[in-house]
Design a protein around this ligand. Structure first.
Ligand code: UD1
Ligand code: MG
Length: 369
C-alpha cells in the first residue's frame, strides 16, 4: 500500500468528519428506531430498578445496536468507495470486504439472537461462523515473533501454521462473548466499548507516527491506517448510542451491539496485526471471564441474569456473592453503590487497564521482543 505522507492526515481528517456526521445521524435516529423495536416487542425490563416507584416496571426498547451498526456499515462502505476513488493505493479491497462481511454477518446473528432468544450454548458459537470470511481472506503471516529468552530454543520466529488461524477464531469468539457477559447495568456494554475503541485509536495513531518517523521517505503505509478507518466511525456511532443508554437507560443495546462491537475489535486486531495489544485492553473482560468460568461451565448454577441485587430502600446495588461477575466483585470490595456509580467505577477500571496496557506495550514489551 502506497501513499504520499500528507495524504495520511487528509484521510484521517475526512474519515473523522464523515464519522461525526454518522454519529449525529445515529443520535437522531435512535428514538425513532426505539419506538419501532418496542412495537415489534423487542423490549426488556430494567432489572436493577425493580421496586423503584420512579420507574414503574416499564419496559425499555431493546436491540438499538441495530441502529448503530447499520449506520456504521453504511459509513464504512461509503468511505471505502470514496477512498477507492481518491487514494486507490491505500485500499486492500479483499481485506476491506472480508472485514465488512464478518461484521455484517455478526450483526445478523446478534439481531437473530435478540429476536429468537437463543440458548446460551448456541450464543457462544455464533462468532465462529461470523469470523469465517475473515479467516479465509486473512493474507498475513502465520508466524509469531519468539520472546528473546526463548529464542535459543525456538529461533527468532515460529510458524504456527493452521494453529494461527485457530487462534484468530478463538480471539473473535472471546472478544464478542466477553463484552456480552460484562453487562447488566445501564451504560456498561457501550461504555466499555467506547474505552476500548479509544485505546485502539490512540495505539493506531502512535504506531502511524512511529512508522512515519522511522521511514520518513517511504511512501508505504502501515496497516494501522486501515484500523483507524474502521475504528473512528465505530467510536462516533457508539458514543451516540451511549448518550441514550447511559443511566437511566432510555434504550437497551441488545446482543446485536455486544457482538457487533466485539467483532469490530477482533477484525481490526486480526487484519492489522495487534492482537496481543488488543488483549491488554481487554484485561477487565479477561478477569470477568476467568472469574465467571465456574458458572459458565455449569459447575455452579448460572441464572439467566447474573446481576447484583437492587435495594429500593437505599437506592444502591448490593453484591450477590454466588454470581461470579466483576460487577459483584466490585460491590464486595467497595461496598454497595448506585448503578451509575458502579458503571463509572468499572469504566475507570477499564481506562486504568488501558493505561497499564500502554505501559506494558511500549516500555516492557521491547525488552522481550
Ligand atoms: C448477559 C449476562 C447476564 C446479564 C445480561 C445483561 C452472562 C452469562 N450473561 O446475558 O448475566 O444479566 O448479559 O445484559 O454473564 N438489562 C438490564 N439493564 C441493563 C442491560 C440489560 O436490566 O443495563 C436486562 C434487560 O432486561 C435486557 C436484558 O438484560 O432486556 C438483555 O439481556 P441479554 O443481553 O439478552 O443477556 P445475555 O447477553 O444473554
Ligand atoms: Mg447481552
Amino acid at each position: 500500500l502506497y501513499l504520499p505522507s500528507l495524504s495520511l492526515q487528509w484521510i484521517i481528517l475526512q474519515s473523522s468528519l464523515l464519522s461525526l456526521g454518522a454519529g449525529i445521524l445515529t443520535y437522531k435516529m435512535i428514538p425513532t428506531i426505539a419506538e419501532m423495536t418496542a412495537q415489534a416487542n423487542l423490549a426488556g425490563m430494567d432489572l436493577n430498578k425493580k421496586g423503584d416507584a420512579k420507574f414503574h416496571g416499564k419496559k425499555i426498547p431493546e436491540s438499538l445496536g441495530i441502529c448503530t451498526s447499520v449506520v456504521y456499515l453504511v459509513t464504512v462502505i461509503l468511505f471505502q468507495l470514496f477512498q477507492w476513488f481518491s487514494f486507490p493505493n491505500t485500499v486492500l479491497l479483499s481485506e476491506y470486504n472480508a472485514a465488512l462481511a464478518s461484521i455484517c454477518f455478526m450483526i445478523l446473528l446478534g439481531f437473530g439472537d435478540d429476536v429468537l432468544n437463543l440458548r446460551w450454548r448456541y450464543k457462544l458459537i455464533l462468532p465462529l461462523f461470523a469470523s469465517l470470511p475473515l479467516l479465509v481472506a486473512y493474507a498475513g503471516g502465520t508466524s509469531v515473533v519468539v520472546p528473546i529468552p526463548l529464542r535459543d530454543y525456538l529461533g527468532g520466529v515460529f510458524d504456527l501454521g493452521i494453529f494461527y488461524r485457530i487462534y484468530l477464531l478463538l480471539l473473535a469468539i472471546f472478544c464478542t462473548n466477553s463484552i456480552n457477559i460484562l453487562a447488566g447495568i445501564n451504560g456498561l456494554e457501550v461504555g466499555q466499548s467506547v474505552v476500548i475503541a479509544t485505546s485502539i485509536i490512540i495505539h493506531n495513531l502512535i504506531e502511524l507516527t512511529l512508522f512515519t518517523q522511522q521511514q520518513p521517505n517511504s511512501t508505504a503505509t502501515s496497516p494501522h491506517l486501515f484500523s483507524l478507518i474502521l475504528m473512528i466511525p465505530f467510536l462516533f456511532t457508539t458514543i451516540s448510542l451511549l448518550f441514550h443508554n447511559w443511566y437511566p437507560s432510555r434504550v437497551f443495546v441488545g446482543d446485536t451491539f455486544t457482538y457487533f462491537s466485539g467483532m469490530c475489535f477482533a477484525v481490526v486486531a486480526i487484519l492489522c496485526h495487534f492482537s496481543k495489544t488488543l488483549l491488554l485492553f481487554f484485561v477487565p473482560q479477561i478477569l470477568n471471564f476467568l472469574y465467571s468460568v465456574p458458572q459458565l461451565f455449569g459447575i455452579i448454577p448460572c441464572p439467566r441474569h447474573r446481576v447484583p441485587k437492587y435495594n429500593p430502600e437505599t437506592g444502591k446495588m448490593e453484591a450477590i456473592p454466588s454470581n461470579l461477575t466483576l460487577l459483584n466483585l466490585f460491590l464486595m470490595i467497595f461496598g454497595p453503590m448506585t448503578e451509575k456509580q458502579l458503571c463509572i467505577y468499572l469504566l475507570i477500571f477499564q481506562g486504568f487497564c488501558s493505561g497499564v496496557g500502554f505501559g506494558i506495550r511500549y516500555f516492557v514489551a521491547p525488552y522481550f521482543f
